[in-house]
Structure formats: C-alpha cells, structure tokens
Design a binder for this molecule. Sequence first.
Ligand code: PEP
Ligand code: CO
Length: 403
Amino acid sequence: MQTMSSNEPLHNPEERDTWSLSSWRKYPAKQQPQWPDQADLEKSLRELREYSSIVVPEDVERLNMQLDEVACGNRFLLHGGDCVETFADATYEIVTKKLDLLVKLKRILEENLNIKCTTIGRIAGQYAKPRSNQIDEDGLPVFRGEMINGFQAESRTPDPKRLLQAYKYSSETLDHCKKYFSKESNKVASNEFFTSHEGLLLDYEEAGTRSINGSFYNLTSHYIWVGDRTRQVDHAHLEYVRGLKNPIGIKVGPTMLSDELIKVIKRLNSHEKKITLITRYGVANVENILPLHIDAVKSAGFTVIWSCDPCHGNTKVTQAGYKTRYSDQMLKELELTVKIHAAMGSRLGGIHLETTGENVTECNLSEDEEPTAYTTYCDPRLNYEEAIEITNKFACLYLSEGV
Ligand code: PEP
Ligand code: CO
C-alpha cells in the first residue's frame, strides 16, 4: 500500500499532528441529528464509553491483512447486506438467513473466479442512515435509523437511549454471527467474515473507539465506510476516520471531482490505511466518470481497492411511489465498471450489494406494481434469488474480461 512521502503537502500541514479522537468536532459534520436534550446525549455517550468493545483489534488487523491481498489482486472482496438493519432483526433466525446468502455469494465468486474471497457484512451495526430530506412525505421528521429514531410515526423524535440499544443489538448480532460460523458447514468461511457499518453518527463512533497501544480502533465494527453525502474533504467524517487503524471505505458518487478524490485519499493516507473506493455512479454516469477517477488515482501514485456498488446510483421511484432498482441496470453498471478497469490496466477488487435473506419484492418493480413484500425501512434490497443471479452473471462477465 503506497503512502505519501512526508514532504508532500497535506490538506493542512498541521493535521498530521493534531488528530485526536475528538478533533472531528472542529469540522462541519453533515447528517447529525438534532437531539432534544444535550445532557441526555452526554449521559448515553458516557455509558457507551464504559461498554466492552464489540469486536477485537486482532480481527480488525486480520481484515487489514486480507485487504492488502485484495489490493495486490490475490483476493476478492464481497461487501453486502441490508441498507439499514432493524433491532427486530437481531435474531438468530434472521441473521442466519442473511449470512446464508452472503456465504452463498462468496462461494459463487470463489468457485467462478478461482480466488479467495473476504466477506464484509453490512451487519451488526448498520443502524444509522444519511437522508436527503429532513422531513418525510407525511411531514414528519425523517427516519434516520433505529440508532436515532423509530420508523413508526410516533417515535420520530431522536432519542439518545437508542445509541445504547444500537450497541447492544450490534453485539447480539455479532454473537449470532459467531454462532453461525462455528457450525461445521460454515466454519471454513469464518476467518474471512467481518462486520461493517456506515460511520455516520460521529458521537457514537467516537464513543466506540478505543486506544490500544497508542493506536485508535473503532471497535464497534471491523470496517467503517463514509457515505457519499458525508465524504467532503474539509468535514468531520474524514477527520474522524483518518485517525483509525480500521480499514475505511469511501463511497464515490457522480459528483466527486477527480482532484477532490485525490485530496480525500491523501487525507486518509496520512495514517497509512487501506482505502476502498466504493464507486456508485449510476449506469448513465459510469463511462464518463470512472476513467477520470482511475486516471487521477494512478497519476497520483496511490494503490487503492476499487469496489463497485451498483445499487445506490440506480435507485428510482416508480409511478406507484416505491423506491426500486433494476437488476439489468445494476449488471450494466458492473459490466461497464469491469470493462473500464480492464481497459485501463486497473482492477476491480470487490462488489458491494444491498441484500436481504428475506423473500422481499423490492427490486425490479414495474411502474404501477403494488409489491407484495416491501419491508425495507430505507432502500430496496436484492432478495436471495436476485442477489444470486446478479453475482453469477457478474462472475461470468468478470471472467470474460480475463481479470
Ligand atoms: C448506503 O450505502 O446505504 C448509502 C446511503 O450509500 P451512499 O452513501 O453511496 O449513497
Ligand atoms: Co442504501
């Protein structure tokens, strides 16, 4: 993994020395809730800081090593799971279905691509969502994930006690994952399975970060990503994650400029971390933007992991009013992404999918369709069959490009 030499200009020359666990507080932070009572928030945060960690640094470092292999082309990354988890999902049965699907997708990739595959679940902590609007279509404060408020109309006021619940359910979900992977048939995948969530709510992330032998680990998840709405170079989210030893993903959408992308990488590389650029341009934009981004990263001399999220750039609302996504568009974005990387001597190292083990009907809706099983609290997810079909087809086209 290439890092900056010390005489290259940093975003701000002072910053290498001035990072601290709370230095993000000096920067603007988007997408943070308005808590009704600051003292209640402080109380929850104090309690969180006392909790024992959910994951252990040794596992974070194991993931770092596996991501080094991904960056070298010797391993593939599968990142997938719910758009947003709910507390009610923290049961062994529901977690099992989610993991069954992820393990199945991992096997498809490994068998077809003949390469080892690391799986990172959007699981055991994915409880906070960035939102485009503050108010929903009924005039209520928007649902921001169960870490903050409730989905039901009467519970939309942010409640800091939910931070403690989120921590508890994350921990329980990870316990279910451990049980799942201790079963004979699943053991083989256990060393290659990790958890992740969007590092959105910075008070929570800070409270879940621990200093271990002088290094800072967010021990609520192995892997943290920064969303496309909060990845601004001068803002709090990048400031917070740049000091972590955890591997970091950055969502890269169609509004990211090439020079901005380089500034983002430089800012993160100041702490020598693995960066996954999770591109999610949308099928209509990928050909215009990805080549510029690949060129910019190459010219700047950085090694990153490129992953493709074909979901978030291809979300539409149907005439009947449901958010949906179409498998053919998702596959087309994947195909174009694979082809562009291959043509430019670059490599796609991973895919990022929103999936659920439940038998939902959320993707591939026709304009006037009234879906029979639309249960998502946020974005439409691929169900078991849709996810398998996309992954199989992706594996075929990846192979046909000879990468
Ligand atoms: C997500 O991954 O759920 C998400 C909101 O993505 P993005 O930041 O890419 O829009
Ligand atoms: Co989503």
